[in-house]
Write a protein that binds this ligand. Structure first.
Ligand code: GLU
Length: 304
């Protein structure tokens, strides 16, 4: 059982890890390892404005400190832009890609409904540009590149959240594949790299559930296999907000001064309903206790 399973850690090295990142990493590790599978590490360092090389080493030390080891060499997403470029060309050859000259202010001003990630559903304005106008604009502005999505409902069968679906055109809109600064978008890079790394099981925060229909659709366009998905509920700060890297008190550097790794793992395992009371425990000891059915479905407030 499970030999073919390959899970992954995909942290963004944009700061020190916080409990929310560790929570999804622990659950990814347990899901893969408890089924006898592999787990690989990819550092999602595509955005040069947010990610710093020194955080990559820190992320790896933090995972090791917690007892979450991975298989093989870490993959740096920023070194794989050639693969995203090829996927981009494939979509372009299918006639699905067009340049978008809208500024952020123009996108925000459009009275379109907003997606759950806060972005406005793109109206498709630049898809309508006449070729001559497009040429004119190309000469003066560097466009972002969008993919044209169909009016199709994409269904996700999530291991934790159950059925989820999205009508791509209406609820998501044509989305960006490459930003105007040339950086490939997360949505494209993630499907290209998950496939290349042989990932079969994606466990991550439920804030990414609404990205999954886009990713399933891209996989289909590119002829890539579909992993299975399990979106874990989010850990919330005591005041009910989502944990963010700026929540200094829940950042690992601070917690490491007060708690041992087994204490933190135990607190996370208790929140995941894998043990009956908070107690110090290692990831290895949790392996026989993991099951998808035990995991909570609702977001939970993190207390230690
Ligand atoms: N790099 C993303 C993050 O740290 C995760 C992306 C994913 O799991 O698909 O939030």
């Amino acid at each position: 059982m499970g030999e073919g399973i390959c899970g992954r850690f995909a942290p963004s090295p944009s700061g020190r890890m916080h409990m929310g990142n560790l929570w999804s990493c622990l659950l990814s590790w347990l899901a893969a390892r408890s089924a006898g599978g592999r787990i690989v590490l990819r550092l999602e360092d595509l955005d040069p404005e947010r990610c710093r090389p020194e955080y990559c080493g820190q992320v790896m030390r933090d995972l090791e400190w917690l007892g979450l080891e991975w298989d093989g060499e870490p993959v740096y997403q920023s070194r794989r832009t050639g693969a995203s470029e090829r996927a981009f060309r494939t979509l372009e050859e299918k006639g699905l890609v067009y340049p978008c000259f809208c500024t952020r202010a123009e996108r925000l001003a459009a009275s379109a409904p907003h997606r759950s990630d806060g972005e406005a559903v793109y109206t498709g304005r630049c898809a309508q540009l006449a070729p001559a106008r497009r040429e004119e604009l190309m000469a003066v502005r560097r466009p972002a590149w969008r993919v044209r999505v169909p009016q199709e409902t994409v269904r996700v069968h999530d291991l934790i959240q159950g059925e989820y679906s999205q009508q791509l055109k209406r609820e998501c809109g044509d989305f960006i594949l490459r930003r105007s600064d040339g950086v490939y978008a997360y949505q494209l890079a993630v499907v290209v790299d998950d496939a290349w790394m042989g990932v079969t099981e994606v466990v991550r925060g439920s804030d990414l559930l609404s990205s999954t229909p886009r990713q399933l659709w891209l996989q289909r366009q590119l002829g890539l296999p579909h992993p299975v998905y399990g979106h874990v509920p989010l850990l919330l700060a005591p005041d009910g907000r989502r944990l963010a890297k700026r929540d200094r008190d829940l950042e690992l550097g601070r917690l490491q001064r007060e708690y041992t790794a087994p204490e933190l793992v135990g607190a996370l395992a208790y929140a995941a309903n894998l043990i009956d009371r908070p107690q110090a425990i290692t990831p290895q000891e949790l392996l026989p206790l993991f099951s998808w059915e035990k995991l909570p479905r609702e977001d939970l407030v993190w207390r230690l």
